[in-house]
Design a protein around this ligand. Sequence first.
Ligand SMILES: [Fe+2]
Ligand SMILES: [Fe+2]
Length: 255
Amino acid sequence: MSALFLAAVQSMTTPFVPMQRSWSVAALFEGLGRDSVTCAPAEARAAEPRLWIDLAAEWDARLLEAFILERDRGLSADFLAFLEAWARDEERHTEGLLRLYSLVTGEDQASVRGRLMERRGDFRAVEPLLEDEFQLLVLLAYDEAMSTAGYREDIPFYQSLGPSAFGRLLRELKNDEAVHYRNAVELLVLAHSDRVEEVPRAVERVVRFDEAQAEYQATFVLDHATDHFDAATMERVGRSVVRAIQRRMRAALEA
Ligand SMILES: [Fe+2]
Ligand SMILES: [Fe+2]
């Protein structure tokens, strides 16, 4: 059996396995009740809009997943494995933030879930960024890198509302988002290194869109215009995503 044939067979039989971290929302919230919330009622009321934005954005991952899968985009089995692992994590993030939201605001979980279920995504504006697997992975790589940075900055705010589990939840979310970023880059390197020269333009497109989007449309991605990010942060993260992807692709092409 030739080495080339062996490599081809291996590439067919060794699908991309996305990395996934293991942690439990139930374990994190075990024993917590409304009396675990230590912030003053006025502080909880003031925190509510910010908590809702994060919770709703995590929920919206399922709207994006459904939109991606509702028509044939020629996606590979590897991409679908990536997406499935990602969606499972985002559901866990929703579950954690939903419990936290319910504890802080006093609204019961079923009521919060009912409001989330009414959300509808409007993907018309972001559709051009979902046109193929390469562009989708670039979009998600950037978005997950931004989420990692966002949650890192959010830890003190969440920690200020109650027990140490709140801060720990945010750390789990941040670390999962970093893994999503890593998985997107890994799959780009594995399957799309031939498009290495297109990476700067593809990321630039995403950053420009993120900067210009005035109103978030429940699309999961590119919700940064609505929170505390500025254009300089988006561009800095965009440059670092380009560097990371191109460095890994070039190393793979030379190997
Ligand atoms: Fe998430
Ligand atoms: Fe994520």
